[in-house]
Write a protein that binds this ligand. Sequence first.
Ligand SMILES: CC(C)(COP(=O)(O)OP(=O)(O)OC[C@H]1O[C@@H](n2cnc3c(N)ncnc32)[C@H](O)[C@@H]1O)[C@@H](O)C(=O)NCCC(=O)NCCS
Ligand SMILES: Nc1ncnc2c1ncn2[C@@H]1O[C@H](COP(=O)(O)OP(=O)(O)OP(=O)(O)O)[C@@H](O)[C@H]1O
Length: 418
Amino acid sequence: MSGHRSGDATLVDVLRLGLTGGIGAGKSTVSHELVALGAVLVDADTIAREVVAPGTEGLAELAAAFGEDILLPDGSLNRPALAAKAFASDEARAVLNAITHPRVGARTAELVAAAPADAVVVQDIPLLVEGGMAPAFHLVAVVHTDADERLRRLVELRAMPEDDARARIAAQATDEQRRAAADIWLDNNGERDALAAAVRTLWAERLVPFEANLRGRIPVQPAPVLVDPNPDWHRQAQRLIGRLALAAGGHALRIDHIGSTAVPGLAAVDVLDLQITVPDLAAAEALDDALAGAGFPRIAHVDHDEPQPSYGAGGETDPAVWGMRLHGSADPGRPAYVHLRVQGWPGQQFALLLRDWLRADSDAATEYAEIKRAAARDAAARHDPAQATAVYAEEKAPWFDGAYTRARQWAEQTGWSA
Ligand SMILES: CC(C)(COP(=O)(O)OP(=O)(O)OC[C@H]1O[C@@H](n2cnc3c(N)ncnc32)[C@H](O)[C@@H]1O)[C@@H](O)C(=O)NCCC(=O)NCCS
Ligand SMILES: Nc1ncnc2c1ncn2[C@@H]1O[C@H](COP(=O)(O)OP(=O)(O)OP(=O)(O)O)[C@@H](O)[C@H]1O
């Protein structure tokens, strides 16, 4: 999914939103609304029908595996007959999935590749979480309706046999698994209109600007406003790490959640910091297109191959070992910085050390929070976000000089290693 298409480095992937939810949760309702707003829909259930249409190899394989009695007299698939067999056991379902899923995957790739370059592609995939597909999307939206209400809707509105509905719910992911994968949580326990309104907001405030940023390779520049610690930051970071790992492939030696949002209880600007450790700077450069395609374009103007002035006082001043590359999230709904640093170089080590030291030393964390509060107050006086960010960074810098030395002393005392 990542990187450019057809060998043209100026083309990044189209924005792809993975839409999922349990059976009867309201995925179709959401996808219809998104299509009305201008999205291009690629629907897995529809493709799953196409790949087993009369005369297909897929249908022949199903009949060979499940018996000719899953066919109607006209040779087409008897869907309730197959459902009765397939949802009766995990083994039978695995056979069904092994026949259908690779075909659905191949056809999906063709349809996504055919979408216009400025499309917002919505992929409605009931089994997205079950299939571990979340990292392959720029965003994952989960439609959620409580299981009891889903059963009621399926039985009353869709005339589905209750046993069948229960068997499918049991064969799918849990709410908790879906929650962990969800960048966007759309609650559909209430009225349809409420869901539609949430979808319109999502479209206008997140999908449309994200698409433009992705295509233009424009990272979002959030204002340095300090917020209370958010217990969900860790889970949000894990989702981004999953995407980065997929995009970076073998170039990433490790990917870590660093910075203030990685220190539980510490107030922070609501921007996640992530560090990709690479073997050398050439590997960082080689990731440029793949990261941009995954929604993390390079922030060119802060590139440096010199020591960070704020870290210089700590000792290492050799420009040759301070190089790094910075990328930023193009998603206005989830600002993030992605730092690419070389394994074993002081900057790479310090990012991990600072985080671990602040996690371990609550006095240091409190002191740092005070420094940040004052810096954020001064930054708030600047209206230009770039200036505000610069003021914020400059005011924190002197504290980092001391922190560098203190954290290293702590590392020596405790035998810390990354
Ligand atoms: C078994 C079949 C013939 C039953 O057809 P039916 O018309 O009753 O259901 P339909 O295809 O419209 O699916 C409705 C819903 O059932 C659930 N469901 C379907 N297949 C599966 C599965 N293999 N595992 C878990 N849930 C499933 C999904 O929530 C889906 O949205 C059909 O579901 C099928 O071919 N399934 C295999 C393909 C598949 O996994 N599709 C889901 C997304 S790729
Ligand atoms: N907020 C709502 N209130 C009442 N009924 C609703 C609401 N949202 C959806 N429905 C109805 O509930 C049923 C399931 O919704 P929908 O078809 O959108 O779910 P789905 O997730 O696409 O289902 P499937 O998993 O079968 O593809 C439909 O009959 C739909 O009309």
